[in-house]
Ligand binder design. Structure first.
Ligand SMILES: Nc1nc2c(ncn2[C@@H]2O[C@H](COP(=O)(O)OP(=O)(O)OP(=O)(O)O)[C@@H](O)[C@H]2O)c(=O)[nH]1
Ligand SMILES: [Mg+2]
Length: 216
């Protein structure tokens, strides 16, 4: 690194956003989570609209109702990687890394509708400043404790080989994989940050709660 160069900025246009909507949705009674309405808009479409302006390219990862997802106007890819059906979010990471045509990829789940509008900017800054292999968001949960949110994960798109090795050895947990590399945590707990930004909806009741404005 040159003496005067603080860090090489990571331009948002070099990032492909991958929206993970490939789960079973068991806690929603097996519903296709990404197609459940949030304030009248399917969650996956809501997520596309929130993430789209923050990245250069965008794709959806889904395993059911593919034509409905395609109608949202972005590329849709189901799980590959030979892990079998519903192997978990890392199956979506594999799909994303196989399809990504930019230098970086950022994953976002479809069930966390209030995620920050400056998510990518802050993740990319920490990633570049600390010359990391992964940037992972961390945020306060319902109990106020700051915890990693590993489905919000920024990486270089050359991580596919490492991920295939990890998953073919039986690994399924995102944080166990990222722990093999240099990972920076990006805290989203500034006083100005929405406390509910990383609340996710596992049930329909939780989804409806997120639709209502926060009470002071
Ligand atoms: N591609 C893919 N994504 C998944 C898979 N399982 C979970 N995800 C995604 O990972 C994120 C977090 O998963 P969960 O909150 O457990 O969602 P889920 O698995 O659909 O719901 P449950 O069945 O209730 O656990 C969501 O965005 C899911 O869509 C999978 O097998 N494949
Ligand atoms: Mg699950």
């Amino acid at each position: 690194m040159l003496e005067n160069e603080i860090y090489a900025p990571l331009h948002s246009q070099a990032i492909t956003g991958v929206i993970l909507a490939g789960g079973r949705g068991m806690r929603m009674g097996g519903a296709d989570k990404g197609l459940q309405n949030f304030n009248g808009i399917p969650l996956a479409l809501h997520t596309l609209m929130r993430l789209g302006p923050q990245v250069g390219e965008i794709m959806l990862n889904a395993n059911r109702n593919l034509s409905v997802y395609e109608s949202f106007g972005s590329p849709v890819w189901p799980d590959g990687g030979g892990l079998g059906e519903y192997a978990g979010p890392l199956a979506g990471f594999i799909t994303g890394l196989e399809r990504c045509e930019t230098a970086y990829m950022l994953t976002v789940p479809c069930d966390t509708p209030l995620f920050p509008s400056d998510l990518v900017e802050r993740m990319a800054q920490a990633f570049a400043e600390q010359d990391a292999d992964f940037a992972v968001a961390s945020a306060p949960e319902e109990d106020g404790q700051l915890r990693p949110q590993p489905v919000f994960c920024l990486m270089r798109s050359d991580m596919l080989e490492s991920l295939l090795q990890f998953t073919h050895a039986g690994g399924r947990k995102i944080d166990a994989w990222t722990a093999q590399h240099k990972t920076v945590q990006v805290p989203f707990n500034l006083p100005s940050d929405d406390k509910r930004a990383f609340f996710n909806a596992n049930t329909l009741a939780e989804l409806h709660l997120l639709e209502t404005p926060a009470t002071a």
